[in-house]
Design a protein around this ligand. Structure first.
Ligand SMILES: Nc1ncnc2c1ncn2[C@@H]1O[C@H](COP(=O)(O)OP(=O)(O)OP(=O)(O)O)[C@@H](O)[C@H]1O
Ligand SMILES: [Mg+2]
Length: 237
């Protein structure tokens, strides 16, 4: 099957009520690796992820996948910062995306059980999703996103509000997924996490990509004073 990547953005922008939220942004997401999107509050990280996934309309410029947009959409997933939990039980919550794709009930539930085991949720299969702890909810969101085996996984601050242990668990799952070849693009405010996970960095500032490139040289010696200040923990105006 031909890959949905690369994703190309050419002077792409997003507006809302006449206000520019993002852009113009030009970048290419290649086929492999894990990209971390960082930058101050309001820099446009969430908007960039939403635009790439098709949740935010591209109001200027262009965005193109290697396959038609509708097909690309089916082969990618998005994990939100504050997971929205349906009232369903965990097992049904996991089976749901599979049922939507036409997989039979028995097979969907078997896949849901296997996924729950992999994500440490096996003992919670019968629990109602909204009653889970924050970390468990986030693991369920991740499991639900990955159960369709997406080629690209977008995550918007997946570990915000999680403690160190829950964060470490999510990071381990993400690294495992990266090793399986899933292309990951995630935003984070946690610079430790960015350093641990990123192979590529996109530093956003004031709605545009201020600096981007391979993670190691970026963290060792960023090109711009704004990026240097940001990774140093200073306030970036
Ligand atoms: N639905 C919306 N309507 C109007 N303005 C919006 C909307 N969503 C985002 N914005 C604005 O777009 C800009 C970029 O917001 P965005 O949420 O992408 O930033 P962010 O980098 O994700 O910030 P944070 O670190 O706080 O999550 C901000 O100025 C924000 O106020
Ligand atoms: Mg955001």
């Amino acid at each position: 099957m031909v890959s949905i990547l690369p994703l190309k953005l050419s002077a792409a922008s997003a507006h809302m009520h006449g206000k520019r939220l993002l852009g113009p942004v030009s970048l290419t997401l290649g086929q492999n690796g894990l990209t971390v999107v960082i930058g101050p509050n309001g820099a446009g990280k969430t908007t960039l992820l939403r635009l790439m996934h098709g949740l935010q309309r591209c109001s200027g410029g262009a965005l193109s996948w290697a396959v038609p947009a509708a097909e690309a959409r089916q082969r990618q997933a998005f994990v939100f910062q504050a997971p929205i939990m349906m009232r369903r039980r965990v097992i049904d919550s996991l089976a749901y995306p599979l049922r939507l794709r036409g997989i039979g009930k028995g097979e969907a539930r078997a896949m849901a059980r296997a996924s729950a085991a992999r994500f440490g949720l096996a003992d919670l299969l019968e629990s109602r999703a909204p009653l889970l702890s924050g970390g468990e909810k986030q693991k369920l969101s991740l499991a639900r996103a990955l159960i369709i085996a997406p080629e690209v996984l977008f995550l918007d601050e997946p570990c915000a509000n999680l403690d160190g242990r829950a964060t470490r668990e999510i990071e381990t799952l993400l690294l495992c997924e990266r090793a399986r070849g899933t292309r990951i693009v995630m935003s984070t405010h946690d610079m430790g996490q960015a350093r641990r996970l990123a192979q590529e960095v996109i530093f956003m500032h004031k709605g545009v990509v201020h600096e981007s490139g391979a993670a190691e040289p970026f963290f060792a010696a960023p090109d711009t004073p704004e990026a240097a200040a940001f990774i140093n923990g200073d306030i970036v105006e």
